[in-house]
Write a protein that binds this ligand. Sequence first.
Ligand code: ADP
Length: 485
Amino acid sequence: DRRTLLAEVPTGIWLSNTSVPAKSGKTFPVIDPATGDVLVEVADGGVDDAMAAVAEAAEAGPKWAATPARERAEILRAAFEEVQRRSDDFALLMTLEMGKILPESVGEVNYGAEFLRWFSEEAVRVGGRTTTAPAGNGEILVIKQPIGPSYAITPWNFPLAMGTRKIGPALAAGCPMIVKPAEDTPLTMLLLAKVFADVGLPPGVLTVVPTGTGSAAQSAAVMADRRVRKVSFTGSTGVGSLLIKQSADQVLSTSMELGGNAPFIVFDDADLDKAIEGAMAAKMRNGGEACTAANRFFVQNGIRPAFTAALTERLSTMTVGPGYDDTSELGPLINAKQLDRVAGLVDEAIEAGATVQTGGTRLDGPGFFYPPTLLTDVPAHCRIRDEEIFGPVVVIVGFDTEDEAVAAANDTDYGLASYFYTNDLNRTKRVAARLEYGMVGVNRGVISDPAAPFGGVKHSGLGVEGGVTGIEEYLDTKYIALTPH
Ligand code: ADP
């Protein structure tokens, strides 16, 4: 149960495969967003704790890089199996610290663990290439080598999967990894680190340095250290852009999974029931707190009344409550700040003349709950039509022509996920090609797959995670020129 679990989860800085207090002795609270209560106190890592992690990574790095790929793969595979075996613990822990409903936490355990399996399989497939120089004067031999000690900064919305999506390829490639988990959800990452130690990962290869308010100081110090070669970040575009600037001094390799502003387009010829199912998944999964979440609904005017009515019906009958209650279909938002932000966006739209089809007012009582909400007639200038909502709020805007829909969908600085529903094959190919997004879901509301490349264009990021290219982010290319004699 939760008491035994919380007693077992490491709450210190994870160094040398053990949990130690912060050098300062300080801690910060981890909050249950369903109640506002403190779950547990976690060590508040300072710059000196982070430097200890960097030193460990630098020391462990060469040996880990020289470890046969098969051995690294077996450790990742064992971690995959151990995470699956402890699925109930990981799921409950995520629901406790992040708030999502338990079935979704179980889904994330599967998804998150899958990156460990996927990259255990990729670890042994790292290869180079040899070609004959066109001039005939030698051979071009290309090999791949681990990039070196890497630093991951992860968000709170997927506390496990955003970690494994970075740790999996780093470890597979032969790179040690230092992780700074989000301050709202450090526990899942600490339990994952313990699992890695349990299955035999050598000390120093994976370290975790949680911090309450010290993220900026930590990242500045770690990224300024010459021993670190890579930073991988998932989070907001604002912080990502700051980290890219910060990475310049040491010319660090960066992978950036940043914000999204996903369009969800429904054409008149779409299957209405399927579009509603897809909309529910694309918007409501994770309470809307996903960078891939549908953020702007563009619905063709023929199907719009039926779509709006059906989605309103679905949203208005959802049960809102703590993620660990069996009856809950939507959990709380992560914290008071996000609740205020989402409520503020909706209030502003209503003031500007939006029509509330359902929801639209905060719920009483403890915890950070916001009801499923659907707005129509939102004026174009409202912030809610441009900003990443990160909550259970749908805004529906009508359109007449395909050109109009594509133009509206592309009219944003972001370019992560996009979705559209149609039964016309020619339109499918046209629209998929024209959407300026890294990922396009056609007639489906969930697209993430460990075997597929995940990444965005424009302000949504740099690089891809997962798929066959995910491991490349942790590899350097070396060219060896050979001349026969
Ligand atoms: P959100 O607004 O959704 O919390 P953030 O981008 O702020 O997204 O957070 C993502 C991650 O970035 C978290 O681990 C957070 O602690 C971290 N973070 C926030 N600000 C900074 C910063 N200035 N430097 C490094 N990491 C940061």
